[in-house]
Design a protein around this ligand. Structure first.
Ligand SMILES: NC(=O)c1ccc[n+]([C@@H]2O[C@H](COP(=O)([O-])OP(=O)(O)OC[C@H]3O[C@@H](n4cnc5c(N)ncnc54)[C@H](O)[C@@H]3O)[C@@H](O)[C@H]2O)c1
Length: 355
């Protein structure tokens, strides 16, 4: 598929802005439009970047259908969200649901009326917390590891595949994303919507405005660079919880391929992440940040585990690799070095946001 106009919702966010600029730079479409309500602190810094890169910026809100009438788009890339897994636990879930679920319905209507296709960024958080907590783990001096023998479907030494169970509570955030996926499936069936769903694990890299409840790699790098404080929260406070990490540039390569081969991937759901090779525990990440920044900061330990925290998530990328021949090419050191170099270069504007 060669789209003429791509609308990137959440286009001033970390992923949305990086993707929009990448697609424009690689001439994937004649027009690339980024729409964002600038709710996320720091997203405003991306507006001049987008314009300099030839991406049109529109201040708009996906909760308002009329805001989406910006152009005759033929592909929509959904990157807007309240992306925190903790959202709604100590406050109302209204913004979360209105954006992540009702906003998605507005986007689907936008696509239905125009015959546009959609690439939807979902999350590994669609997988339920109890099932993730039931994965048998081994404990090494620096991390949890997936143990050899497992009882659940969809888990192996490679990580968690699309066959992993889906029933059980998954966080309010995860529920809005899974509910959106269900509506995408219905729109595909009822109206022939062409849609691909990427269930992303942790994404990281330059322009991520990391904070305590979302974007831990950027948070870790920033707190080292700007000499703040950090805590290992939960699981005894040992910092052994593990995630795989995907460099945002690897995601850009993947989405570009998916757009080019939309007919091959439409109707499919993929687990997308860095995989076992690009995984880290918090305490391993601390070591890497110390090496890259040359700074050592105090790290507190909070033994108590927060709601919605899971000890391990590693993506099994076998399905997407077999379908498109894509696999991540950037390792964790590259993620941390690129993030550090970006923060260092923009320290004056980032210090207040990221400290
Ligand atoms: N970053 C990750 O690790 C990660 C992992 C899995 C999935 N995802 C998904 O990827 C997508 C992008 O995430 P991100 O990391 O770039 O987050 P982000 O917070 O940096 O970007 C989201 C953008 O959406 C905007 N936004 C929020 N509500 C909006 C609304 N109602 N209307 C218009 N814009 C709105 C924000 O201002 C922000 O710029 C999200 O859908 C997220 O759920 C991200």
């Amino acid at each position: 598929m060669t789209p003429t106009t791509i609308l990137v919702t959440g286009g001033a966010g970390f992923v949305g802005s990086t993707l929009a600029l990448h697609l424009k730079r690689h001439d994937v479409a004649r027009r690339v439009i980024a729409l964002d309500n600038l709710k996320r602190r720091g997203s405003e810094l991306n507006v001049p970047r987008l314009r300099d890169g030839g991406v049109e910026f529109v201040h708009g809100d996906i909760r308002c259908p009329e805001d989406l009438d910006v152009a005759e788009t033929d592909l929509l890339l959904e990157c807007s969200a309240e992306p925190s897994v903790l959202a709604g636990y100590d406050s109302s879930p209204q913004y979360l649901v209105n954006t992540n679920l009702l906003g998605t319905l507005n986007l689907l209507e936008h696509c239905r009326r125009r015959g546009a296709a959609i690439v939807f960024l979902s999350t590994s958080r669609v997988y339920p917390m109890a099932a993730l907590a039931a994965i048998r783990l081994d404990e090494t001096p620096t991390r949890f590891e997936i143990a050899g023998a497992q009882t659940l479907a969809g888990i192996s030494a490679r990580g968690i595949s699309e066959e992993f169970p889906l029933s059980g509570a998954r966080s309010l955030y995860g529920a809005t994303k899974l509910a959106s996926e269900l509506f995408i499936e219905e729109y595909a069936y009822a109206y022939g919507l062409r849609a691909v769903v990427d269930r992303c694990g942790v994404l990281a890299g330059p322009w991520q405005m990391g904070k305590v409840d979302q974007g831990f790699v950027a948070l870790w790098v920033a707190r080292h660079l700007f000499e703040g404080r950090l805590s290992y929260i939960g699981f005894g406070g040992s910092g052994k919880q593990v995630r795989d990490v995907l460099h945002v540039d690897d995601l850009c390569d993947l989405v570009t391929r998916q757009i080019a081969r939309l007919d091959d991937v439409a109707g499919q759901v993929f687990n997308v992440g860095g995989g076992r090779r690009v995984s880290t525990s918090l305490c391993e990440l601390t070591e890497l940040c110390r090496r890259v920044t040359g700074k050592t900061i105090a790290i507190d330990a909070v033994a108590e585990t927060r709601t919605a925290d899971v000890p391990l998530y590693v993506t099994d990328t076998a399905r997407i690799e077999a379908t498109l021949g894509w696999s991540p090419t950037r390792d964790l050191e590259r993620v941390v070095v690129d993030t550090h170099d970006w923060m260092h270069a923009h320290a004056a504007s980032l210090r207040a946001i990221l400290s």
